[in-house]
Design a protein around this ligand. Structure first.
Ligand SMILES: [Fe+2]
Length: 136
């Protein structure tokens, strides 16, 4: 994923051991959204303001508990919000065995966490997508 382009696989493993309390993160891990964005800006063929926002905000949370800037749902742009919800959905989905019912349980939990501002658009997009893929 472009947003983690500055991380090694070991960094990535360390990062995923944290959840909610970012106080123990190394500076490299804490700043990786901004450093990845800076790196991507050098590639003019793929760089855009929206991509920059997605990368810089990919660890932010609607209640302001994310990093690196601690932005809340009012300050996180639409596309970045959708990306954050989708990323959390995929991460939760990968923790369980494939099961259609689990997807809806995951979405119920995500709804409780992300039902704010632009994040609703991300949630509704995934809900819509899931209803198109109803199990037989
Ligand atoms: Fe990341």
């Amino acid at each position: 994923m472009l947003s983690d382009i500055t991380l090694s696989s070991n960094d990535f493993k360390k990062l995923h051991q944290y959840s909610g309390d970012w106080s123990g993160l190394s500076e490299k891990l804490f700043k990786h959204p901004l450093e990845a964005s800076e790196k991507i800006q050098k590639f003019s063929s793929i760089h855009s303001k929206e991509l920059q926002e997605v990368i810089e905000c990919h660890h932010e949370m609607p209640d302001g508990s994310g990093f690196p800037r601690g932005l809340d749902h009012k300050r996180i742009p639409l596309l970045a919000s959708i990306h954050i919800v989708a990323r959390h959905f995929v991460e939760e989905l990968m923790k369980v065995e494939f099961n259609h019912q689990k997807r809806f349980e995951i979405m119920d939990n995500l709804y409780k966490k992300f039902n704010k501002g632009h994040f609703k658009s991300g949630l509704f997009t995934i809900y819509e997508f899931l209803s198109m893929e109803k199990p037989e």
